[in-house]
Design a protein around this ligand. Sequence first.
Ligand SMILES: Cc1cc2nc3c(=O)[nH]c(=O)nc-3n(C[C@H](O)[C@H](O)[C@H](O)COP(=O)(O)O)c2cc1C
Length: 491
Amino acid sequence: MVDSKVPLLTPYKMGRFNLSHRYQYTPGIWTKEQVEAWKPIVDAVHAKGGIFFCQIWHVGCVSNSAERAIVLNSILVTLGTQCFWCYDCNRLQQQYIMLVIHHEITHCHRRVPERETEKASEKMVDSKVPLLTPYKMGKFNLSHRVVLAPLTRQRSYNNVPQPHAIIYYSQRTTQGGFLITEATGVSDTAQGYPDTPGIWTKEQVEAWKPIVDAVHAKGGIFFCQIWHVGRVSNSGFQPNGQVPVSSTDQPLTPQIHANGIDEDQFTPPRRLRTDEISEVVKDFKIAARNAIEAGFDGVEIHGAHGYLIDQFMKDQVNDRTDKYGGSLENRCRFALEVVEAVVNEVGTDRVGFRLSPFANYMESGDSNPKALGLYMVESLNKYGILYCHMIEPRMKKLGEKCETPDSLQPMKDAFKGTFMAAGGYNREEGNKALVNKHADLVAYGRWFLANPDLPRRFELNAPLNKYNRDTFYISDPIVGYVDYPFLESST
Ligand SMILES: Cc1cc2nc3c(=O)[nH]c(=O)nc-3n(C[C@H](O)[C@H](O)[C@H](O)COP(=O)(O)O)c2cc1C
């Protein structure tokens, strides 16, 4: 070889290695099996005196002239908690070490060059579509009113947010768009489902940071929904297998799981003692502080859907005889103590509250939901919180619309801050709600889940991807999570 005249076959000294030829491959090196499979190959190369480096590879985005980036179904094993794949292929992080190529290529995603994002937001401002008009919420300048509703996705393994959430949330971010995270546990007693995220440990706070950073890098405004499930749990989710806590010791009957087949079983709860309640309030306060430390712009207190705060507010569940039970004022005391503690911790302009007075999810109904809703908004006015987020009365049952004479209008009219409505909205109804001053903002759950570019689709009145309920809560980091397609022409 040394004597050869073929240039490719001439020797070259690179550092301490003498190289003689090149090599190309496409296998993986993230599993034990792959590592073991490489060993005899490496041994064989070494046996013949070769020097063998492994090229560790991220294909990530592959641009073509239409600036289309192909996103592989992939996960990177990271060093530390740094992000593994950035939404913008120019900003790939350097820290990671391996790539898992998980399935076939299934999803095309065209990245948004900075200047296009600006143009798009200018266009939104000019748009006549009410949902696409700007709105000032406290100190936040929203470029449109299509909010990402909180959506539990159960992909935060061991209650720690995962790098794939970087893609998920940044896919749904627009310049000046408002996003709310999935419900996020405030303590180790707050959990009731597998793999929902938390924000009570240092590890969780650190894991949220790159997710928040990715949303901010695209100009989004990001609130963390803080949550305690109360009796919607079983001892398998509780520390040391203890029983869940609640406003009551009344058990919850088994509920059909979201997949429509399995049954969720609940351990009969333990009624919190009066002197223990301040500890739970403190958990919310610390969670809010942690959320700000993670970089969130604020927090939304989850007071809806039959979870702990709702269990205190609703007379169907709350059967207490202390100062937290009985009268409406007493039943709302816990909720308002949480609000006060969180407001004192992070400031009024960073706090929202979600309520579902008319719903009876998880056997948590109230005999006078209108009075409850009005009492709460009037009380929230005293704290001057940023926004009130309310579920439409038509969503009495989870995921189902029903006919009802009830309306959120009295609550909207009574609330002095920003009023956000959610539940069963499409484009037309969202626009109508804004025009009729029924809401200032509209949160979209299932449509946003299935359409990462929902504001853009509303702007163009483009068709929507259908959502697939079967993948709402599966633990796959890709499927049903970051593989819903964007519009061909969008982003
Ligand atoms: C998959 C899924 C997860 C949800 N997770 C949460 C949650 O974590 N917190 C919450 O307050 N509401 C949650 N909801 C309710 C949604 O935020 C929203 O209120 C509901 O889907 C109705 O709005 P939509 O008709 O736009 O989907 C969830 C709904 C779905 C479908």
